[in-house]
Design a protein around this ligand. Structure first.
Ligand SMILES: Nc1ncnc2c1ncn2[C@@H]1O[C@H](COP(=O)(O)OP(=O)(O)O)[C@@H](O)[C@H]1O
Ligand SMILES: [Mg+2]
Length: 439
């Protein structure tokens, strides 16, 4: 329960947490040592004062005792001190002293004169500590010592300022130290985030405190290793895909000269499927390697129109709905392949595709590819982007395909700095949405 309450109150960032712990810890120890110094100072000054009172009172009483009774009154002002004065007379009576300081004061006075003059001590009810010590001089005259014990010297007025200044220094130092410690973490997170699919992330600077430099080195070499493994794998994929093309072509030629027409047709279909796989595998490997195309200012309307014409030419039902033309800086071939993959899917699974383009006039252009096909089950909406993933239904329906189309599309979207999402439409069908940065 307490743990939870604490958990809720703790600030979210490591930065704030460490700063808080440091500031609270340092301020507490600071307060404790301040308190300790004050108490020590109090004790020490009280000790000194008591010794002084012991000697002073003894000599003053001795002096008064020696003086003739008529001259005593004249001396009283000279013998008075900050914490006590002498009164000729019996004084007031009261309860015995109970406060610590009064008790010590009485003790010191008794230690100074008690052996020669029996004394009695009592407190005087007052707004502050007040006591009187009564004794009789050798000639029988009563003498009272009126004591107003004062605890040590008051605190100097600049002390709060010094304290505040110290606290400010503590806060500033903690802030600096924590910043120093957490900034590299932020940089590391940023660098890790920035590591794109092409694995050509920025190298972290390998300098600063040794721990930071070491983490940066480790991060950089990890980045290189990942890029190395990836490149190797993609090369293998590309090599296999590429080298399969030749035997497939040879097999095709052989099938064409086969006598069995029925088997021949089946084999042709299988070979065509293998060819698609090889082609898409190669395309996937290439996009994984990064898109090397340069950025051009591109008229999106013209690009989509020519794409649609190509489909319509082959008899496919593809339409375009774009009200105005938008020109943005992008990689036109990659964008064309991306939209092409989405249209291919719509045609394959729905038999028709509608392309829509909208410009939100802030800095986004949205291109949607819509169909009225079966859509995708909600739990598979993300999974279909994985290479070779195909929904069970599409496997059974023998639509043919490798499951690489959307994986390639995602890679292309990343290379275009765009986002690609799928959504089932109201009334059935799928909407594949590409959001491009127009800024
Ligand atoms: N427009 C669509 N309508 C319904 N299902 C789709 C659509 N587009 C993709 N899918 C589903 O996503 C899977 C993966 O698509 P994709 O990566 O293009 O592979 P392929 O087209 O080779 O099957 C498809 O097998 C299919 O199940
Ligand atoms: Mg596909």
């Amino acid at each position: 329960m307490i743990g939870r309450a604490l958990h809720w109150r703790l600030p979210r960032t490591l930065y704030a947490r460490v700063a808080l712990i440091l500031v609270i810890g340092l301020a507490l120890t600071q307060g404790a040592s301040f308190w300790l110094t004050l108490t020590e100072r109090d004790n020490a000054t009280t000790d000194v004062m008591m010794g002084y009172v012991e000697r002073e009172v003894a000599s003053s009483v001795a002096l008064l005792d020696h003086l003739p009774a008529s001259e005593r009154a004249d001396w009283l002002p000279r013998l008075a001190r900050r914490t006590y004065r002498f009164i000729l007379g019996p004084g007031e009576t009261g309860a015995p002293p109970d406060a610590r300081l009064s008790a010590r004061m009485a003790e010191s006075i008794e230690a100074g004169i008690g052996r020669k003059y029996p004394v009695s001590v009592n407190t005087i009810p007052d707004s502050r500590e007040h006591l009187q010590v009564h004794l009789k001089l050798t000639d029988g005259a009563p003498l009272t010592i009126d004591v107003l014990p004062m605890s040590s010297i008051p605190i100097s007025p600049w002390l709060p300022f010094t304290l505040a200044l110290q606290l400010a220094v503590i806060v500033a130092c903690s802030w600096l130290a924590v910043r120093l410690a957490t900034r590299p973490l932020q940089q590391l997170a940023k660098a890790a985030d920035a590591l794109g699919p092409d694995l050509k992330g920025e190298r972290l600077p390998e300098k600063g405190p040794s721990e930071v430099a070491r983490a940066a080195r480790a991060f950089n070499s990890m980045q290189e290793r990942i890029a190395g493994y990836m490149a190797e794998r993609i090369q293998i994929l590309a090599a296999i895909s590429h080298d399969l093309q030749t035997p497939i072509t040879r097999m095709r030629l052989r099938v064409e000269t086969m006598d069995d027409q029925v088997q021949g047709a089946r084999l042709q279909r299988d070979l065509a499927e293998m060819e698609t796989l090889v082609k898409e595998g190669l395309a996937y490997a290439r996009t994984m390697h990064g898109v090397n195309e340069d950025i051009h200012r591109t008229d999106l309307h013209a690009l989509l129109e020519s794409l649609v014409y190509d489909y319509v030419d082959t008899g496919a039902a593809v339409s375009l709905d774009a009200h105005e033309s938008v020109t943005i800086a992008t990689r036109p071939n990659a964008l064309r392949r991306l939209i092409g993959n989405l249209v291919d899917n719509a045609l394959k699974f729905a038999g028709q595709a509608a392309i829509e383009m909208r410009h939100d006039h802030v800095n986004h252009v949205v291109i949607s590819v819509l169909d009225r096909g079966p859509g995708i089950s909600p739990e598979a909406l993300e999974a279909v982007f994985e290479p070779f993933y195909r929904e069970e239904t599409s496997r059974n329906r023998a639509t043919g395909g490798t499951g690489l189309g959307l994986a390639i599309a995602r890679q292309l979207a990343l290379a275009l700095n765009a986002t690609l999402t799928l959504e089932n439409r109201e009334g059935g069908g799928l909407e594949a949405r590409v959001v491009l940065n127009a800024a």
